[in-house]
Design a protein. Structure first.
Length: 655
């Protein structure tokens, strides 16, 4: 039945699902609706309407009487089925309806400010409404000028953190997580960098995990600013003092190769890091961590294990790629460890350059200004291995690092220097502060010098050293050919040559002997109660001033002050360029002759005769006695000259 107004029905009727109803609300508004559209209405919402099994038969029984809807409600019959829940909400000023779930709805405030913001036709218009400023493209920083101020302030966003598990990393020790880790790195790179958080567990990788894609010709185009963070560095009885439970361990399960690494930072690359992670080379990868041309990297509490070539390998590209001005430089390693070297010839830390060894390092990249603080480095320990191997490197600092051979292996070096063929000054100016190593120092340092403070010791025993280009700022124990700038008072320092020095200054030459040198030549020694000029006969082993006019020693014996010389002792005045250049000087020769006035006037001869002149109480007697005067002999017998002979008081002619 169609076009029938319910209030005009004389009696109850039955309507089909497709019949059209005219529904009058209490406020006089009339709505049209099909019977089928009333399926979501509750019977209590209408007067005199009974819904009878409409879902199954599609019919509605309506009793006689007016039909009305609750005041201010939306007739559900006029809404599409998905919007029917909105019929249950009550409209009000400055509100907006929204769905709270499936089949339910509610309202919330919609202020005039919110309406103004939504009325913006562009992002710029909305930012203006908000009083906000646009950032750079990746929203990594924002420069603002405070209200009323004149100085811009640079604001940087906090780095984001990303859970590796969200990218499919399982860390179950069985699943190959290499692809998932690479996907995570690339995704974080696309978001502008941040922290990749690794879960607790064993992360198996089928190949080297590589951060960056730099090469000899170009800077890395990705992964700058990514830091990988684990949950701990593992457990193990051999490292129970540094590893903790709840570990993150990356285990290499790829092809066996000494050139492979568990993790590689492939630069030129900057602002990367690795924290709280164990890198297990699994006796397959040669290197635990490989840093190639990295700067401003941070590596904290990293443990490398089971490596066959080197624990930590720092190097550079073959030169500076276009637009790159840094080498492998300005990185920090704090409390990093190396354990369980899988080869007896494996090194602990290697600091070098990727430049050809025949090429000068001046103007080329090398490993420089890297800092290692704390940690213990176990290396192979056999011949050919080194705790720290240094070649193409300068100005690196290692402090409080302990270098120990693995097991009972012998023959290696705690520190080993390889002079760079293309730049013999390298390695230079690397400093080792309070480091410990029990296998000594080997190789040949660069002529630019390397510094230990103090020399490495184990249980108080200083290690032997034979390289004069190694400088120790303190000195301990017995060592050969090492020059200590500051003595520590211990005995046993050997006599040393200054022949290779090109500077002037003081150095400790032997036990209780300090020597001064000028332009590579020893000038004098300072000893107990003595200042001595060096000479071949003095036991110094060097050539010094030994001429007839230089002081050999100034000594104090009892209450006497003594001056001794290999040649003459001269006291001069009026000298302009040397002790013998003036005309007024007093000389005692090594023949025992005392003279003055540039040696022309003899006061005492070789026989200790005092000579007096007649006019001055003068000189030695003439052989002829022709000069009149008074003479006192060495037997205290006065004599005088007659003009032809000398006579004693008893008239005897003096011989």
């Amino acid at each position: 039945m169609a076009n029938t107004t319910i209030p005009q029905l004389p009696q109850a009727v039955t309507l089909s699902a497709n019949d059209l109803l005219l529904l009058s609300q209490a406020d006089g508004v009339t709505r049209k609706a099909l019977v089928s559209q009333l399926t979501n209405l509750l019977p209590s919402e209408f007067d005199d309407i009974t819904v009878s099994d409409l879902a199954s038969v599609g019919r509605l029984t309506v009793a006689d009487g007016p039909v009305s809807l609750p005041n201010n409600s939306v007739p559900a019959a006029s809404l599409p089925a998905p919007l029917v829940p909105l019929a249950s909400v009550t409209p009000a000023a400055d509100t907006i309806s929204y769905f709270t779930g499936s089949g339910t709805a509610s309202t919330t405030a919609l202020t005039s400010f919110a309406r103004t913001l939504l009325a913006g036709t562009s992002a710029a218009a909305m930012l203006t409404t908000l009083g906000a400023l646009a950032t750079n493209g990746d929203a990594s920083s924002l420069t603002i000028t405070p209200y009323g101020g004149t100085v811009p302030i640079l604001l940087t966003k906090a780095a984001a953190t990303y859970d590796a598990r969200a990218f499919g990393v399982k860390a179950d020790g069985t699943t190959d997580d290499w692809a998932a880790l690479n996907a995570a790195l690339d995704a974080i790179d696309a978001l502008g960098g941040g922290f990749l958080i690794l879960p607790v567990g064993v992360i198996s990788v089928s190949d080297t995990l590589t951060i960056g894609n730099g090469s000899n010709s170009q800077q890395s185009t990705k992964h700058h600013g990514i830091v990988i963070v684990g949950q701990g560095s593992g457990t193990g009885s051999e490292v129970s003092n540094v590893e903790i439970s709840g570990a993150t361990r990356i285990v290499y399960n790829g092809t066996t190769s000494t050139s492979k690494a568990v993790i590689q930072f492939a630069g030129p690359l900057h602002s990367v890091g690795l924290i709280n992670v164990t890198l297990d080379a699994n006796s397959k990868a040669g290197i635990g961590q490989l840093n190639c041309h990295i700067t401003q990297g941070r590596f904290d509490r990293v443990v490398v294990k089971n490596f066959t070539s080197a624990g930590y390998y720092l190097t550079t590209r073959t030169g500076f790629p276009t637009g790159v001005a840094y080498g492998n430089a300005d990185n920090t390693f704090q409390q990093c460890y190396a354990f369980g070297a899988a080869s007896s010839t494996a090194d602990g830390i290697v600091l070098t350059s990727g430049v050809s060894t025949a090429t000068t390092l001046a103007g080329n990249p090398d490993s420089a200004r890297n800092i290692f603080t704390g940690g213990t480095i176990f290396y192979g320990g056999a011949s050919g291995s080194a705790g720290c191997r240094v070649s193409g490197a300068d100005n690196n600092l290692l402090q409080e690092v302990v270098f120990l051979p693995t097991g009972s292996n012998t023959g290696g070096n705690s520190f080993y220097f390889t002079q760079w063929p293309g730049s013999t000054a390298f390695p230079l100016e690397n400093a080792f502060i309070n480091c410990t190593g029990i296998q000594g120092i080997g190789g040949l340092s660069g002529t630019g010098k390397n510094i230990f403070w103090p020399l490495p010791t184990s249980d108080g025993v200083t290690q032997p050293l034979s390289d004069t280009n190694i400088i120790s700022l303190t000195y301990g124990g017995s060592m050969a050919n090492v020059r200590a700038l500051f003595a520590d008072g211990s005995a046993g320092a050997p006599a040393m040559s200054f022949a290779q020095e090109t500077v002037s200054g003081f150095y400790r030459k032997a036990s209780n002997v300090i020597t001064a040198a000028i332009s590579s030549t020893d000038v004098f020694d300072i000893r107990a109660n003595e200042i001595r000029g060096p000479a071949a006969t003095s036991g110094a082993g060097v050539t010094g001033y030994a001429g007839s006019t230089h002081i050999y020693s100034m000594t104090r014996s009892s209450n006497d002050a003594r001056i001794a010389g290999f040649g003459s002792v001269i006291i001069a005045t009026g000298a302009t360029s040397g002790p013998t250049s003036g005309t007024n000087w007093f000389q005692v020769s090594n023949a025992g002759v005392v003279s003055h006035n540039a040696g022309t006037n003899t006061i005492v001869d070789a026989s200790s005769h005092l000579c007096l002149r007649s006019y001055t109480f003068a000189t030695l007697p003439s052989a002829s006695g022709a000069v009149k005067g008074v003479w006192v002999s060495d037997r205290n017998k006065p004599a005088w000259a007659s003009g032809s002979s000398w006579y004693y008081a008893d008239g005897t002619v003096a011989s």
